[in-house]
Design a protein around this ligand. Structure first.
Ligand SMILES: [Cu+2]
Length: 401
């Protein structure tokens, strides 16, 4: 099953020098438009299948009380009104002001509640990337973040809406065109980092001891526009995944601006046909789906890595990447792709597990099962993979649209 997509990956690798020499790749526009349409068809089928699976319920998660996770903002269809986006942004600022729960003995640089999420992500990185825990761990991390946004200490009680996602397939030709990064929209997540000429690439550490150089792109400095611009938003932890590392292995206090380096090269990795490659190429096989989605080796990488790499800098840090608030929207999109895949065959795919308990299986570890537990540190109780497999059971009740 994986052969098809792997062959396709090889072909694009072979073709890479040609398109790099010309310009940033845009692919075949007809192919991508057709793939976008098919993703929406699969999404409709997922919605129908999931809603059918809960149609007999009178309690718990029902079609009446299910939360609809919507896209941040599509230019043609403003799905999230400005008030909603403003509330989401202000709740993030609030978490970045409330005190941390992480003891300073664990992370002396963790000062604010937002840092708690980064600390847990840093601590769990050796287990939850390129492993059988990748999708389940991030699903629950998103859920915990959505609960934290409702902190009653925040203005207006925080943000109690569904998590938004960033559909990076829509801006695959150039992330600078993505609505989430629109520098002119005060309710976006802010624009690119300031352009820094003659920068070197960033060598990022990847799970399994490998590394990769991410070339400098269109930004490289502090974010200058929007709600998380320099002076309006502070990052404290990290870097962990590239040099120069922050003090105390990135757990020390390292106050600085949020940086981005939007890359039209890596956004090609999140083109619609890449998502359809997962859906069609992997069929019902979770192993293929996860490996292709999270493949860090290819150029561009799988859709997960490409989502990080097209944002750049803070988002490149495999460990501390939640420092950039776009992390939550990117991972909601990753979760959406997984949910749509699961929803093509609710009974056959929802509770599939695959992979081991360590990143790149290094060091070698057991295969995960539905009982494998995941640690969320100060953020919340342990959860098993089985606890988080279904988006309409247990603590979860949401549908992507
Ligand atoms: Cu992660």
């Amino acid at each position: 099953m994986g052969i098809l997509t792997r062959t396709a990956g090889l072909l694009s690798l072979v073709a890479l020098p040609i398109y790099l020499a010309v310009a940033a790749p845009i692919g075949n526009l007809d192919t991508e438009a057709a793939a976008s349409k098919r993703i929406l068809e699969l999404q409709t089928r997922y919605q129908q299948n999931v809603l059918a699976s809960i149609s007999n319920r009178t309690s718990g998660c029902t079609a009446q009380n299910i939360q609809h996770r919507r896209e941040w903002y599509v230019h043609a269809h403003p799905t999230l009104p400005p008030e909603t986006r403003a509330s989401f942004i202000s709740a993030i600022h609030c978490l970045n002001e409330l005190p941390a729960r992480t003891p300073s003995s664990v992370a002396p640089g963790a000062r604010k509640l937002y840092d708690d999420f980064i600390v847990t992500h840093i601590q769990q990185t050796p287990f939850v990337h390129a492993s059988g825990l990748f999708l389940p761990f991030h699903r629950h991390l998103l859920h915990l973040f959505s609960l934290a946004l409702r902190d009653p200490r925040c203005d207006g009680g925080g943000y109690d809406g569904p998590l938004p996602y960033w559909d990076w397939t829509a801006s695959y030709t150039d992330p600078r065109a993505a609505a989430v990064f629109d520098p002119a929209d005060p309710y976006s997540l802010g624009g690119n980092g300031e352009f820094v000429p003659n920068r070197n690439g960033t060598v990022i550490g990847l799970p399994g001891g490998r590394s990769k150089t991410i070339p400098a792109a269109t930004g490289g400095g502090c974010v200058q526009t929007g709600p998380f611009r320099k002076g309006a938003f502070e990052v404290r932890l990290g870097p962990v995944g590239y040099e120069p590392r922050g003090p105390q292995g990135g757990m020390g206090y390292n106050p600085r601006c949020l940086t981005r380096d939007l890359s039209p090269e890596f956004s090609y990795g999140t083109r619609p046909s890449a998502v359809m490659g997962l859906m069609d190429g992997c069929g019902g096989e979770l192993g293929c789906f996860v490996e292709e989605m999270d493949a860090p080796g290819g150029v561009p990488g799988g859709v997960h890595a490409s989502g990080h790499w097209q944002v750049g800098l803070d988002a490149l840090d495999v460990y501390a990447s939640p420092a950039d608030p776009v992390f939550w929207l990117h991972h909601a999109q990753v979760d959406r792709v997984w949910a749509i895949w699961q929803g093509q065959d609710v009974s056959g795919r929802t509770y599939q597990v695959w992979g081991t308990e360590t990143s790149g299986n290094d060091p070698p570890s057991d295969n995960v099962t539905l009982e494998t537990a995941m640690d969320f540190g100060v953020l919340g109780e342990m959860r098993t993979i089985g606890d988080v497999s279904s988006t309409v059971d247990g603590e979860y009740c949401y549908l992507y649209e």
